[in-house]
Design a protein around this ligand. Structure first.
Ligand SMILES: NC(=O)c1ccc[n+]([C@@H]2O[C@H](COP(=O)([O-])OP(=O)(O)OC[C@H]3O[C@@H](n4cnc5c(N)ncnc54)[C@H](OP(=O)(O)O)[C@@H]3O)[C@@H](O)[C@H]2O)c1
Length: 176
């Protein structure tokens, strides 16, 4: 099983403004960035997001995930009828969740949302990071990374520089 985070961050390390706005990020969406995302997502068979990301995605005009989505939440109970086949809400810790997904046959897991990524990193359960730096400082917001009680060393795999100034770097965790 492989776990991968694919996420956009401001130069100062935020994934959204304090209230969750990502206007500073989506202004850079273009054909190159969406092709890069399509290539990544085509190898994914399950998506894990936190309640924060789920609530944001629900505000978009359409549900765009093609793969099964697992929402981590201790609070969310109701899922809209139109999403009942596509979304499952679970209240689990990362290790337990990965065992659950593995038992269901999933092997390439996309992990998304700031707090969720941090909780996976705390348990050293993220194998790959694909981080796209957006050339803007937003000064404040929801951070990508947080406190860790151990170092995690990654190997740089490659970096793409998009014509609009975004820089996407792919890292794989070094085997201990
Ligand atoms: N820049 C990007 O590429 C990008 C990507 C994704 C999201 N975002 C933005 O990031 C914001 C959401 O990020 P976020 O950090 O606030 O939230 P998040 O990680 O999406 O969700 C966090 C919530 O998930 C629940 N949760 C349950 N189990 C958890 C676990 N093991 N670890 C962590 N959380 C768990 C908790 O909610 P309960 O209280 O329900 O338990 C927690 O408050 C949104 O505004 C979204 O638009 C940006």
């Amino acid at each position: 099983m492989k776990t991968i985070a694919y996420i956009g961050t401001s130069l100062d390390g935020f994934i959204a403004r304090k209230e969750g706005e990502i206007d500073w990020l989506i202004q850079f969406d273009d054909q190159e960035t969406s092709q890069s995302y399509s290539e990544f997502i085509s190898n994914i068979d399950a998506i894990v997001i936190g309640r924060g990301t789920y609530e944001k995605v629900l505000t978009f005009p359409t549900w765009f995930y093609l793969q099964k989505v697992f929402v981590l939440s201790s609070q969310t109970k109701q899922i809209p009828d139109s999403l009942k086949e596509k979304v499952t809400v679970l209240s689990m810790q990362p290790k337990e969740l990965l065992l659950h997904l593995s038992n269901k046959g999933y092997s390439n897991i996309y992990v998304d949302g700031g707090k969720v990524i941090q909780s996976f990193l705390k348990e050293n359960l993220l194998d790959e990071l694909i981080i796209t730096r957006v050339p803007v400082l937003i000064g404040n917001g929801i951070p990508l990374f947080g406190w860790l009680d151990h170092d995690i060393t990654f190997k740089h795999v490659h970096t793409n520089i998009f014509s609009n100034g975004l820089v996407k770097s792919h890292y794989q965790k070094k085997q201990e």
